[in-house]
Design a protein around this ligand. Structure first.
Ligand code: ATP
Ligand code: MG
Length: 403
């Protein structure tokens, strides 16, 4: 695999005289705080080196102020660098100006940020096609491209809606579609999902990974959340005070933390053991008691099961695929024949550890609110997947570190 993006010895100093004493000190290895104290200049990046390979998801992770946004902005030259080189497809980004730079930004890369604004008075399709419009692509071609991009994020049906008619998560999807519309090789994503609640966030991560699998984009993804980084990254780069601390695969970061700083972060992943139910539950999509057994089965799709509710919205029975097929095989068309009522319930803030045993029966778990109403559907397979992934990472880590 070739390198798509390369940062080589990149320094970024903020202040009146970025190339003066502050740069000199930073180059001598003086830490960010001290440089600021002595020169009143802020070290945004100090000797940053990394390369993003074609087709990978490369995640830059670090605390607030560690230089993540500064780094991603050097890639499309929203920031000039003070020293060093930024190459995209081997081309020196710093040398680009005017229309070359514009074309480079528009054609090579799509950008998604945490607080991006959709145009409120434009429909979804026009928002998504906006970049192409600026490139004077004609309406028909633009709309085709926009629809295709909307299809990738599952929002084709909303092409004619206005942003205010969409939820926050859907708006963020439109943002992703907008970045995909011009079919760029590279996606730059700065905290793109950070404002979303955990459930939607996971869905977005999954969707992005599916899109990536399909289209093989090169993705530079910024986050301050190590769990997110480990979940989606092919490789993860950890930054602190403008410097790169470690680059590695998620496994390497977990099993061989390069410094105490990384190890401390990794401790937080132990929190993976306490992933909460609401983070992996799926929408309830309950069954209606008036459906036939066959309609009920269709309704399930690829889900493990779905619940029937009483008039208050509390789950009273569940249809699982296995039960439904069995009853249908015996010639029944009556939904009642496939239902069972011996399902487990839990609340959205319980941890996966707590529901693990109940998941062992293979029957979906009903997630209910304080009033007993169904708010989510917990698929035992999803619990096993999530626990399995986290456990194996942590076990490796503990083996390395503690044995
Ligand atoms: N335009 C600017 N002028 C002066 N200093 C800046 C500017 N942009 C960033 N900085 C400084 O550079 C450092 C890195 O900032 P950056 O925005 O890259 O951090 P970040 O890792 O993206 O943080 P966050 O998670 O809060 O977004 C910080 O110390 C910040 O104060
Ligand atoms: Mg930032």
């Amino acid at each position: 695999m070739s390198d798509k993006i390369e940062l080589k010895g990149v320094y970024k100093i903020f202040g009146d005289q970025p190339r003066g004493r502050a740069l000199e000190l930073a180059k001598a290895g003086v830490p960010k705080d001290e440089v600021q104290l002595r020169t009143n200049h802020v070290v945004g990046l100090t000797d940053v080196n990394f390369s993003v390979r074609e087709g990978e998801i490369f995640v830059v992770m670090g605390l607030s102020g560690s230089g993540k946004s500064t780094a991603i902005r050097t890639v499309n030259k929203l920031h000039d660098v003070t020293d060093g080189e930024v190459l995209v497809d081997g081309e020196d980004v710093q040398q680009m100006t005017g229309t070359t730079l514009q074309a480079f930004r528009r054609e090579k890369m799509g950008m998604v940020f945490q607080h991006f604004a959709l145009f409120p008075h434009h429909t979804v399709i026009d928002n998504v096609g906006y970049g192409l419009k600026v490139q004077k692509v004609d309406r028909h071609v633009r709309d085709q491209a926009a629809l295709k991009a909307l299809g990738l994020v599952g929002l084709e049906r909303y092409a004619g809606s206005y942003p205010s008619e969409l939820s926050g998560g859907m708006q963020q999807r439109v943002g992703l579609a907008r970045a995909l519309a011009s079919d760029p090789d590279i996606l730059l994503m700065d905290e793109a999902f950070s404002a979303l609640d955990p459930l939607i966030r996971r869905q977005m991560q999954d969707e992005m990974m599916a899109i990536q699998d399909d289209l093989k984009k090169t993705i530079l993804f910024i986050t301050h959340d190590l769990n997110e980084a480990l979940r989606i990254g092919d490789r993860v780069c950890i930054m602190k005070d403008g410097a790169v601390v470690q680059i590695g695969t998620p496994e390497e970061i977990l099993t061989q933390p390069a410094t105490g700083y990384v190890a401390e972060f990794v401790q937080d992943v132990d929190q993976g053991r306490v992933i909460q139910v609401h983070e992996i539950m799926v929408e309830p999509r309950p069954l209606s008691a008036t459906e036939t057994l066959q309609e009920g089965l269709q309704h399930l799709g690829d889900r493990a099961g779905a619940f029937v509710l009483d008039e208050r919205g509390a789950p009273v029975a569940v249809l699982t695929t296995g039960d439904g097929i069995r009853a249908s095989g015996m010639g029944s068309t009556n939904l009642q024949d496939g239902l069972r009522s011996d399902f487990a319930t839990c609340n959205p803030h319980q941890t996966l550890n707590e529901v693990y045993a109940a998941a062992g029966r293979g029957i979906p778990i009903a997630v209910v609110d304080e009033d007993g109403r169904l708010v989510g559907n917990l698929d035992p397979r999803h619990i096993m997947e999530e626990m399995g992934r986290v456990e194996s990472l942590i076990d490796d880590f503990e083996r390395e570190v503690f044995m």
